[in-house]
Design a protein around this ligand. Structure first.
Ligand code: UDP
Length: 239
């Protein structure tokens, strides 16, 4: 562990120098944070579950030709990934109204949207990740019009693909957050980055609407590890 060169220490992951040029190691931690780090707790084993869940979902999307930074999971905690320059936007896709949008616009929770809603948030903790429009993204040069068009298309494709997968496992994909980046080896290539896990998705049991994601922690609804373990086992992921 001591030879690992830490390049970036995030809230739920650490980024370490990779074994080859243009690669990195993404290490999943047990920390859970919410409300811009105002709430923080460690759940022993959460990182292992998220690493395996994200690997499973990324491999599913890879088979559907979604370009991504994910290469492979190398152990319980780590993934080998392609190095990329992260676009400083959180791309949120919503199928059902809940969370920040319900609060901000005083909308009734649980309403199913007629079509998926795409939103952009500027990644800046000091500003509490403000919601922005696509014009802001272009105006401030965070991404080009062409990159945004590509990302929108990929986000909707990912939503359809994961929505179907989760449905088969008795789960509703309520909403989720994606991150994209430009490959260091070829900056013209925009790829899906980061992770897809119950930390970044809302997943409800299809029959009972029981929450099986980070809302369990945000809202203190019970055991986070039990919820994440339930998602892993429904996806067929063993220990
Ligand atoms: N999300 C995330 N990281 C963030 C903000 C949101 O992964 O910094 C995810 C969140 O888990 C949910 C979706 O994006 O699946 C939409 O979140 P929302 O805007 O409702 O914000 P929240 O209620 O999480 O503050």
């Amino acid at each position: 562990m001591s030879k690992d060169k830490i390049l970036y220490e995030g809230k739920a992951k650490t980024i370490i120098k990779g074994p080859r040029k243009h690669t990195l190691i993404q290490r999943f931690k047990d920390d859970a944070t919410a409300y811009n780090k105002k709430k923080h707790k460690i759940f022993k084993g959460k990182g292992i579950l998220n690493n395996k869940i994200s690997e499973h979902l990324m491999n599913h999307l890879k088979a559907e030709r979604i370009p991504m930074s994910f290469i492979e999971r190398t152990n319980d905690r780590d993934q080998l990934i392609k190095e990329c320059e992260i676009i400083p936007i959180e791309f949120v896709v919503r199928n059902i109204i809940t969370g920040s949008i319900a609060k901000k616009l005083a909308l009734k929770e649980g309403i199913k949207l007629k079509k998926p809603l795409l939103e952009y948030y500027y990644k800046e903790d000091a500003l509490d990740d403000p919601m922005i429009s696509r014009d802001h993204v272009e105006a401030f040069g965070w991404a080009t019009k062409a990159e945004l068009a590509k990302i929108d298309k990929l986000s909707l494709k990912i939503n359809t693909s994961l929505g179907k997968l989760f449905k088969k496992k008795g789960l509703t994909l309520v909403d989720f957050k994606l991150e994209f980046g430009r490959l260091k080896s070829d900056k013209t290539k925009v790829v899906l980055a980061d992770e897809i896990s119950p930390d970044s998705c809302r997943l409800w049991d299809i029959k009972t609407n029981k929450k099986l994601d980070k809302d369990v922690f945000r809202k203190s609804l019970g055991s986070l590890l039990t919820a994440y373990q339930e998602v892993a086992s429904r996806l067929g992921i063993g220990h």
